[in-house]
Design a protein around this ligand. Sequence first.
Ligand SMILES: Cc1ncc(COP(=O)(O)O)c(C=O)c1O
Length: 343
Amino acid sequence: MIDLRTDTVTQPTAAMLAAMQTATQGDDSRDGDPTVIKLEALAAARTGKQAALYMPSGTMTNLVAVLAHTQRAGEVLLERGAHMLNTELGGLAAVAGVFYKGISGARGAMDMEELRGAVRPMTRNNFGTGLICMETTHNGAGGTVLSLAHMTMVHALAQQHGIPVHTDGARLFNAAVALGVPASDIARHTDSVCFCVSKGLSAPVGSVLCGSSAFIERARPFRRMVGGNMRQAGSIAAAGIVGLETMIERLAEDHAMAKRLAAGLHAIDPRLCDPAGIQTNIVRIDISFTSRNAVQWSTALTQAGIAVSPADSRSLRFVTHRHIGIIEIDQALAAFNTVFQAT
Ligand SMILES: Cc1ncc(COP(=O)(O)O)c(C=O)c1O
């Protein structure tokens, strides 16, 4: 099976497994484990922030960021297709207790006019805007990268109104590699940012929330509240360190494979996708003109040995990662073509 559903299926490298075996085994919740502390320091350095906090998942880092920024009051503004809005099961409202407004977007970037119009001050009858969130790379938009110019504008607008900004950077390093800049150049346009070591970086578990020291101190009790404090977390953190130290530059290979895949799909039928729009490791294709819906497509492709994710009823999502090379892409294209011709 060629697994193109997601980059979270990546297995730890040999170096990660070796580091996991010899990692410290302190009780991170109680004392702070030395390996976890090292990962947090490295994450803070990579993002140019003062401090960082390790957690089990990207969903949790986003949730804790919302809790720590808003203290459970106010409206959160974020792009309508954001992962935090669509895929995190309403945690914003159900757990963080805030309400939110989706802003129209193009390739993951919020419409600035609409965003400006949505910012509300606190009044006697209104909590006001409590937080603005961005997402880069943007999963739902197909792995698109926010331009630094857009991020600068959003951050400036927020600062003008005294509103904090959080960025869901689950694939922050994919964005950095695509832009050809260090991740800190992206993170300087946001007050807090999280990223996952468990996706393209290949570590088995975890995400890190980064921000000012004061923000991270506010985030700590919320991490505990939502059950995110871990005990002997040194082993998984050790793999995250190897991910940050050795796996960032190679993300460019995943991006090249995504481009090859998109070019091949375009050659099968140009209506499927536009290879020019592929910026990182996610390829979303439009199958609305075919006689199958996304679930039927995914079932047929699975039978042909290719696992993909139905993104919505009319599109499929392919994600490239460390276990997908030229051979796998070309096999996937051949299998896709066979299924396509039988449509
Ligand atoms: C943009 C984005 N944010 C957050 C997450 C959540 O990460 P996790 O699955 O570790 O909770 C994902 C996962 O795919 C994601 O793509």
